[in-house]
Design a binder for this molecule. Structure first.
Ligand code: PLP
Length: 426
């Protein structure tokens, strides 16, 4: 008999409702999706976020240290610029590569970081992520090898596979603020290597690349005729220096580097979806065609907010970085006091990447098992480092960009939680 979705018999069972019920209980059959989709992987942070939401809906309090999203207010003049643009009806299609004032403001910002940039070489996108996708599709040939940091942002290996290539991880040195080692990168270059991905300040370690190492890497890029995708989304969030040097500022590198950046982190504009690439001139027309195929244009009213962000007062960026610096010191001190944890000092972004291998050895639990117990039993959401590559298997990623309260209670919860788990691992 046909039933309703409450399990009650349907008041008027018809032939078609019986057929619908039969269709529902039969195994789904459909043609397969394109094979290339199977190589894409997501981000662990989003899974932990949804599990945290379930626990919160059950009345639990969760200290959120998993997601890399600044919980800081967007500056009022930025919000106002978007609202004003909407009131003026600036919500139609715009130029694919971005509105002229924003491209000019981005070029000027990059210029202040010694990168030679013209507005014509800037392509605006709805977030940095679409620019990463386009950059990989535009530069990575099937069968090629792409050098990516391990640990690193999980989207890099995913997009590498999507482009039909192989990701080859290079090492970061915890003893040198997680800087890459040029000799290690050199040892991994083969005739098939085509693209080198750099990310500084770095997700998930908070590491950076010192000027000398950057020069050594630049020399390798030129010698081996590589292209560079330089993800500089955390470029404004540095604690011990004013700004992060860009490889695109070094001689001969600008025409073989795509600089990827955006507004999500420095201006806390995650939900506005606004990012960009500074692209070598020879690649601009084709990459713009990719934009036309992918998203037509970035919403113009959002771009007007971006102009306000770059050309208006920078007080909110400075205030946020000052608060994050205070938290960085709080995190390093608190983690340093926990037995079995070694935590290098992050110099940028808003992540700490402590090594918990001693706790893994003492408890027999893996980093994902420890992270899961911290969430389920102690209300602390953080990420196990294995989601960032094999080299992260004995680490946690801790984001201190959430609320100050989450950082304080989360650090206390990690200390008491790890002590309790170590005492009773089973
Ligand atoms: N690149 C890195 C290294 C990131 O950590 C993130 C966000 O977490 C992005 C890019 C994506 O930024 P957007 O929000 O602009 O897409």
């Amino acid at each position: 008999m046909a039933t309703t979705n409450t399990g009650q018999p349907a008041p008027f069972a018809t032939a078609s409702s019986s057929a619908a019920a039969a269709r529902q209980s039969a195994p789904l059959h459909h043609p397969p999706a394109a094979g290339r989709l199977t190589v894409l992987t997501g981000e662990g942070a989003l899974d932990v976020l949804s599990r945290s939401a379930v626990l919160e809906s059950q009345g639990r309090h969760i200290a959120q240290l998993a997601i890399g999203e600044p919980q800081f207010a967007v500056a009022p003049h930025i919000v106002e610029a978007a609202v004003q643009a909407l009131r003026e009806g600036d919500a139609r299609y715009g130029p694919p590569a971005g509105i002229a004032p924003l491209r000019a403001a981005i070029a000027a910002t990059l210029g202040s970081r010694h990168v030679e940039a013209s507005a014509d070489d800037v392509i605006v996108t709805p977030g940095a992520k679409p620019m990463l996708l386009y950059a990989f599709l535009a530069t990575v040939e099937p069968g090629a090898e792409v050098l990516i940091p391990d640990p690193g942002f999980p989207i890099y290996p995913s997009l590498t596979r999507f482009a039909g290539a192989t990701a080859v991880g290079y090492r970061l040195d915890p003893a040198r603020a997680f800087a890459p080692d040029a000799a290690d990168i050199a040892s991994r270059i083969t005739p098939r290597t085509r693209v080198l991905v750099l990310n500084a300040p770095h997700n998930p370690t908070g590491g950076s690349i010192d000027a000398r190492t950057l020069e050594e890497i630049a020399e390798l890029v030129l010698r081996h005729d590589l292209l560079v995708i330089s993800d500089e989304i955390y470029g404004r969030i540095t604690y011990d220096t004013d700004a992060t040097p860009s490889i695109a500022a070094l001689p001969g590198l600008r025409e073989r580097t795509i600089v990827v950046d955006g507004f999500s982190k420095a201006y806390a504009m995650t939900g506005y979806r606004l990012g960009y690439g500074l692209v070598p001139r020879w690649l601009v027309p084709r990459l713009t065609t990719l934009v036309v195929n992918g998203h037509t244009c970035t919403p113009p009213f959002v771009q007007r907010a971006g102009v306000a962000a770059l050309t208006g007062p920078q007080d909110s960026v400075r205030a946020m970085v000052a608060e994050l610096r205070r938290r960085r010191d709080e995190v390093v001190a608190a983690l340093g006091a926990i037995p079995g944890i070694r935590s290098p000092r992050p110099s940028g972004a808003f992540y700490a990447f402590p090594d918990v291998s001693e706790i893994i050895a003492a408890t027999g639990l893996s980093a994902p098992q420890l992270a899961s117990r911290l969430l389920e039993e102690h209300g602390v959401a953080l990420l196990p480092g294995n989601g960032f590559g094999a080299a992260g298997a004995s680490s946690f990623r801790i984001s201190f960009a959430g609320t100050a309260d989450a950082v304080r209670t989360g650090l206390a919860g990690i200390a008491t939680g790890l002590a309790a788990i170590t005492a009773r691992p089973a």
